[in-house]
Design a binder for this molecule. Structure first.
Ligand code: NAI
Ligand code: MG
Length: 326
């Protein structure tokens, strides 16, 4: 069966790392059809529209989408695209790879972040010159969807349950509902959980990341805490992510368009190539996904490396090294 993969490179280094990941996917010679689509600052400048309807429709219909990064229009592009694929969970692994100079080499975490609501549900108002407000939305149904996914995620041999990170001591109604629902679903499924206040988590994860494994959290907390974890494992150039829905999914590096290095051909393609490995796994190509991840790991360990990891190789050199190892 042919899988249609929509590819949205976007802006800046998105134009460099996305083709790199597509080259790796092509090297596997699977039955994939790639369809490229525009989004971001550049297309907005041309047409006034950062996310053309055609791109939205393609992502809403495709088996999977690979997204690079966009610039200042990020919120106008990525939030609707996550909605287009019906994504209710954002999977963000943060793992320190051998050979990478990480602050905390023992880090091996996965964040399962709520992906539709919380403070990102878009209900902001400017009431007066002085006062602005934001309405935080938490629903039992979205918390339940996330929790059911988390229970399935940890059902393999590698995990003992998960940690719920929240701030229900202050946001008693919203995070209270989140925590209670997630814990209840875990109990229904016989999954062990523990919980931690999200601010305390920030300290604990820096001091001793090995005590955590899978962390389930609300939207903003997942955004911030996963970037914190990126700092522990050696930088944004290494973090992949998946936005998973019921019938389709969108895969993207955690980093942005990196205007400071865009156009130089030195962006680290690892995050996007690992995102492509997550795409392979999602479509059921488990062996190919593992092979890509192994090839990336070997390349990170033995080189060549891009400047962000202390090397002097180009994006192309690293990509070719991954393909050679495949
Ligand atoms: P950024 O992730 O683009 O860059 C932060 C720092 O990390 C920069 O020094 C950059 O050079 C470095 N970096 C990031 N990815 C790298 C890679 N693959 N290889 C080597 N170095 C890498 O975040 P920043 O600077 O805060 O935002 C830049 C633009 O990206 C902004 O316009 C922002 O709105 C957008 N953005 C878009 C996102 C998306 O499309 N999902 C996510 C985050 C930011
Ligand atoms: Mg972020």
């Amino acid at each position: 069966m042919t899988h249609e993969i929509v590819v949205i490179p976007g802006d800046g280094i998105g134009q460099e790392v996305t083709p790199a990941a597509v080259d790796v996917l092509r090297a596997l010679e699977l039955d994939f059809e790639f369809v490229e689509a525009d989004a971001g600052d550049a297309v907005a400048e041309e047409t006034g529209e950062p996310l053309p309807q055609e791109t939205y429709d393609l992502a809403a219909e495709a088996d999977a989408t690979l997204f690079g990064a966009v610039g200042e229009t990020a919120a106008d592009v990525i939030l609707p695209l996550r909605e287009a694929v019906g994504s209710f969970v954002n999977i963000r692994p943060a793992k320190a790879y051998p050979g990478v100079d990480a602050l905390r080499p023992e880090t091996d975490l996965v964040f399962l972040r709520e992906n539709t609501e919380g403070v990102y549900s878009g209900h902001e108002d400017r009431l007066t010159q002085d006062v602005s407000t934001l309405t935080r939305v938490v629903t039992e149904s979205a918390s339940r969807d996330l929790a059911e996914f988390a229970c399935e995620y940890v059902s393999g041999d590698d995990h003992d349950g998960f940690t719920i990170a929240h701030k229900a001591n202050v946001m008693r109604e919203t995070d209270g509902l989140f925590r209670d629902t997630v814990a209840e679903v875990a109990t229904e499924n016989g999954v062990e959980t523990d919980e931690v206040l999200m601010d305390a988590f920030a300290t604990h994860v820096c001091l001793d990341p090995a005590q955590f494994d899978v962390v389930v959290c609300p939207n903003l907390a997942g955004d911030v805490l996963s970037d914190l974890a990126a700092g522990l494992v050696g930088g944004l150039g290494l973090l992949p992510s998946a936005n998973v829905g019921r019938d389709r999914a969108l895969f993207e590096p955690v980093h942005g368009s990196a205007p400071d290095i865009a156009g130089e051909g030195v962006a680290n393609p690892a995050a996007t190539i690992i995102s492509a490995a997550m795409l392979l796994e999602y479509l059921g190509y488990d062996d190919e996904a593992a092979a890509v991840e192994t090839a990336v790991e070997a390349t990170l360990e033995e080189g060549p490396r891009t400047p962000d990891l202390g090397g002097d190789a180009s994006t192309e050199d690293v990509t070719q090294a991954v393909i050679d190892r495949l």
